[in-house]
Write a protein that binds this ligand. Structure first.
Ligand SMILES: C[S@@+](CC[C@H](N)C(=O)[O-])C[C@H]1O[C@@H](n2cnc3c(N)ncnc32)[C@H](O)[C@@H]1O
Length: 179
Protein backbone atom coordinates (compact mmCIF):
# COMPACT_ATOMS: atom_id res chain seq x y z
CA UNK A 1 0.00 0.00 0.00
CA UNK A 2 1.20 3.55 -0.73
CA UNK A 3 2.62 5.41 2.23
CA UNK A 4 0.03 8.22 2.09
CA UNK A 5 -2.73 5.56 2.41
CA UNK A 6 -0.92 3.96 5.34
CA UNK A 7 -0.58 7.36 6.99
CA UNK A 8 -4.29 8.04 6.46
CA UNK A 9 -5.16 4.70 8.10
CA UNK A 10 -2.95 5.50 11.10
CA UNK A 11 -3.67 9.17 11.55
CA UNK A 12 -6.99 10.10 9.91
CA UNK A 13 -9.32 7.12 9.57
CA UNK A 14 -10.61 7.28 13.15
CA UNK A 15 -11.34 11.00 12.88
CA UNK A 16 -13.29 10.46 9.66
CA UNK A 17 -15.47 7.81 11.30
CA UNK A 18 -15.97 10.01 14.38
CA UNK A 19 -17.14 12.76 12.00
CA UNK A 20 -19.47 10.21 10.43
CA UNK A 21 -20.98 9.66 13.88
CA UNK A 22 -19.58 6.41 15.29
CA UNK A 23 -19.31 6.53 19.08
CA UNK A 24 -17.79 4.53 21.96
CA UNK A 25 -19.72 1.36 23.00
CA UNK A 26 -21.74 1.11 19.80
CA UNK A 27 -22.47 -2.04 17.81
CA UNK A 28 -21.39 -1.56 14.19
CA UNK A 29 -21.89 -3.73 11.11
CA UNK A 30 -19.31 -3.15 8.36
CA UNK A 31 -21.17 -4.86 5.51
CA UNK A 32 -18.80 -5.83 2.67
CA UNK A 33 -15.87 -4.86 4.88
CA UNK A 34 -13.18 -5.94 2.40
CA UNK A 35 -9.75 -5.94 4.00
CA UNK A 36 -10.93 -3.74 6.88
CA UNK A 37 -9.93 -0.18 6.00
CA UNK A 38 -12.99 1.03 7.91
CA UNK A 39 -13.47 -1.95 10.26
CA UNK A 40 -10.24 -1.31 12.17
CA UNK A 41 -10.78 2.40 12.92
CA UNK A 42 -14.43 1.68 13.82
CA UNK A 43 -13.27 -0.98 16.32
CA UNK A 44 -10.85 1.54 17.88
CA UNK A 45 -13.67 4.06 18.37
CA UNK A 46 -16.25 1.69 19.88
CA UNK A 47 -13.65 0.21 22.30
CA UNK A 48 -14.19 -2.95 24.30
CA UNK A 49 -17.78 -2.24 25.34
CA UNK A 50 -18.70 -2.04 21.66
CA UNK A 51 -18.30 -4.44 18.79
CA UNK A 52 -17.76 -4.39 15.03
CA UNK A 53 -19.20 -7.15 12.88
CA UNK A 54 -16.96 -7.47 9.81
CA UNK A 55 -19.08 -9.19 7.17
CA UNK A 56 -17.87 -10.24 3.75
CA UNK A 57 -18.20 -13.09 1.29
CA UNK A 58 -14.50 -13.01 0.42
CA UNK A 59 -12.39 -15.27 2.61
CA UNK A 60 -9.02 -13.71 1.80
CA UNK A 61 -10.28 -10.20 2.61
CA UNK A 62 -11.56 -11.46 5.95
CA UNK A 63 -8.19 -13.06 6.60
CA UNK A 64 -6.61 -9.63 6.14
CA UNK A 65 -9.08 -8.14 8.64
CA UNK A 66 -8.09 -10.81 11.18
CA UNK A 67 -4.39 -10.11 10.64
CA UNK A 68 -4.87 -6.35 10.99
CA UNK A 69 -6.96 -6.80 14.14
CA UNK A 70 -4.32 -9.09 15.68
CA UNK A 71 -1.46 -6.73 14.89
CA UNK A 72 -3.35 -3.88 16.58
CA UNK A 73 -4.49 -6.06 19.52
CA UNK A 74 -8.18 -5.45 18.84
CA UNK A 75 -10.51 -8.04 20.41
CA UNK A 76 -13.84 -6.47 19.56
CA UNK A 77 -14.18 -7.48 15.90
CA UNK A 78 -16.41 -10.42 15.04
CA UNK A 79 -15.91 -11.86 11.57
CA UNK A 80 -18.99 -12.99 9.62
CA UNK A 81 -18.17 -15.01 6.52
CA UNK A 82 -21.17 -15.35 4.20
CA UNK A 83 -21.75 -16.81 0.76
CA UNK A 84 -23.15 -13.51 -0.45
CA UNK A 85 -26.70 -14.26 0.67
CA UNK A 86 -29.02 -11.38 1.47
CA UNK A 87 -29.98 -12.74 4.90
CA UNK A 88 -27.77 -11.29 7.64
CA UNK A 89 -27.17 -13.53 10.68
CA UNK A 90 -27.88 -10.83 13.30
CA UNK A 91 -30.81 -10.27 15.66
CA UNK A 92 -33.62 -7.79 15.02
CA UNK A 93 -32.86 -4.20 16.17
CA UNK A 94 -29.36 -5.12 17.40
CA UNK A 95 -27.07 -2.70 15.50
CA UNK A 96 -26.39 1.04 16.08
CA UNK A 97 -24.43 1.74 12.89
CA UNK A 98 -24.19 0.09 9.47
CA UNK A 99 -21.33 1.01 7.13
CA UNK A 100 -22.07 0.44 3.45
CA UNK A 101 -18.83 1.61 1.91
CA UNK A 102 -18.35 1.02 -1.80
CA UNK A 103 -20.49 -2.10 -1.78
CA UNK A 104 -24.13 -1.48 -2.76
CA UNK A 105 -23.45 -0.87 -6.45
CA UNK A 106 -24.71 -2.82 -9.47
CA UNK A 107 -21.43 -4.71 -9.75
CA UNK A 108 -22.59 -6.75 -6.74
CA UNK A 109 -26.38 -6.28 -6.49
CA UNK A 110 -29.38 -6.00 -8.80
CA UNK A 111 -32.00 -3.40 -7.88
CA UNK A 112 -34.20 -6.23 -6.56
CA UNK A 113 -31.41 -7.70 -4.43
CA UNK A 114 -30.55 -4.29 -3.06
CA UNK A 115 -34.20 -3.83 -2.07
CA UNK A 116 -34.05 -7.16 -0.22
CA UNK A 117 -30.85 -6.12 1.51
CA UNK A 118 -32.29 -2.78 2.61
CA UNK A 119 -35.17 -4.69 4.22
CA UNK A 120 -32.56 -6.75 6.12
CA UNK A 121 -30.69 -3.62 7.18
CA UNK A 122 -33.98 -2.21 8.49
CA UNK A 123 -34.67 -5.42 10.43
CA UNK A 124 -31.28 -5.59 12.18
CA UNK A 125 -30.87 -1.87 12.93
CA UNK A 126 -32.10 -0.18 16.09
CA UNK A 127 -34.61 2.67 15.76
CA UNK A 128 -32.71 5.82 14.73
CA UNK A 129 -29.62 3.74 13.81
CA UNK A 130 -27.06 5.43 11.57
CA UNK A 131 -26.57 4.03 8.07
CA UNK A 132 -23.51 5.55 6.41
CA UNK A 133 -23.00 4.99 2.69
CA UNK A 134 -20.00 5.56 0.42
CA UNK A 135 -21.95 5.60 -2.83
CA UNK A 136 -19.31 4.57 -5.38
CA UNK A 137 -20.29 3.44 -8.89
CA UNK A 138 -23.96 4.37 -8.46
CA UNK A 139 -26.41 7.21 -8.95
CA UNK A 140 -26.71 8.68 -5.48
CA UNK A 141 -30.00 10.50 -6.23
CA UNK A 142 -31.72 7.24 -7.24
CA UNK A 143 -30.18 5.59 -4.22
CA UNK A 144 -31.56 8.25 -1.87
CA UNK A 145 -35.04 7.45 -3.22
CA UNK A 146 -34.47 3.72 -2.61
CA UNK A 147 -33.40 4.45 0.97
CA UNK A 148 -36.51 6.58 1.62
CA UNK A 149 -38.70 3.75 0.31
CA UNK A 150 -36.92 1.38 2.71
CA UNK A 151 -37.67 3.72 5.67
CA UNK A 152 -34.26 5.36 6.03
CA UNK A 153 -34.37 9.15 5.96
CA UNK A 154 -31.50 11.20 4.58
CA UNK A 155 -29.62 13.05 7.34
CA UNK A 156 -26.55 14.70 5.80
CA UNK A 157 -23.78 14.57 3.23
CA UNK A 158 -20.14 14.72 4.34
CA UNK A 159 -17.12 15.56 2.22
CA UNK A 160 -14.08 13.62 3.40
CA UNK A 161 -10.71 12.22 2.39
CA UNK A 162 -11.43 8.51 1.97
CA UNK A 163 -9.55 5.35 1.09
CA UNK A 164 -10.91 3.74 -2.07
CA UNK A 165 -9.09 0.55 -3.05
CA UNK A 166 -5.49 1.61 -2.31
CA UNK A 167 -5.75 5.32 -3.05
CA UNK A 168 -6.93 8.40 -1.22
CA UNK A 169 -9.85 10.30 -2.73
CA UNK A 170 -11.85 13.37 -1.78
CA UNK A 171 -15.40 12.15 -1.90
CA UNK A 172 -18.89 12.19 -0.41
CA UNK A 173 -20.48 9.98 2.21
CA UNK A 174 -24.24 9.93 2.74
CA UNK A 175 -25.66 9.47 6.24
CA UNK A 176 -29.18 8.13 6.76
CA UNK A 177 -31.21 7.35 9.89
CA UNK A 178 -33.55 4.43 10.33
CA UNK A 179 -37.09 5.67 10.91
C1 LIG B 1 -15.12 -2.65 -3.22
S1 LIG B 1 -14.99 -3.63 -1.78
C2 LIG B 1 -15.17 -2.41 -0.49
C3 LIG B 1 -14.56 -2.87 0.79
C4 LIG B 1 -14.67 -1.91 1.97
N1 LIG B 1 -16.05 -1.65 2.32
C5 LIG B 1 -13.94 -0.62 1.67
O1 LIG B 1 -14.62 0.40 1.44
O2 LIG B 1 -12.71 -0.61 1.66
C6 LIG B 1 -16.58 -4.46 -1.72
C7 LIG B 1 -16.61 -5.65 -0.78
O3 LIG B 1 -17.96 -6.12 -0.68
C8 LIG B 1 -17.93 -7.53 -0.65
N2 LIG B 1 -19.25 -8.01 -1.10
C9 LIG B 1 -19.84 -7.86 -2.30
N3 LIG B 1 -21.05 -8.45 -2.33
C10 LIG B 1 -21.23 -9.02 -1.10
C11 LIG B 1 -22.29 -9.80 -0.52
N4 LIG B 1 -23.38 -10.12 -1.20
N5 LIG B 1 -22.14 -10.20 0.76
C12 LIG B 1 -21.01 -9.89 1.45
N6 LIG B 1 -19.99 -9.17 0.95
C13 LIG B 1 -20.09 -8.74 -0.31
C14 LIG B 1 -16.80 -7.90 -1.60
O4 LIG B 1 -16.34 -9.22 -1.33
C15 LIG B 1 -15.77 -6.82 -1.28
O5 LIG B 1 -14.88 -7.23 -0.26
Amino acid sequence: MKSDSERWLKENAENVLKEVGIRKSQIVLDFGCGSGYYTIPAAKIVCNKGKVYALDKDRSSLHEVIQRAKSQKLNNIQIIKTSGELKIPLEDESVDVILLYDVLHSYYFSVTDRKGLLTEFYRISKPNALISVYPKHMDSEDFRDEMEEANFHFERKLFETLLHYHSLEQDYLLNFRRK
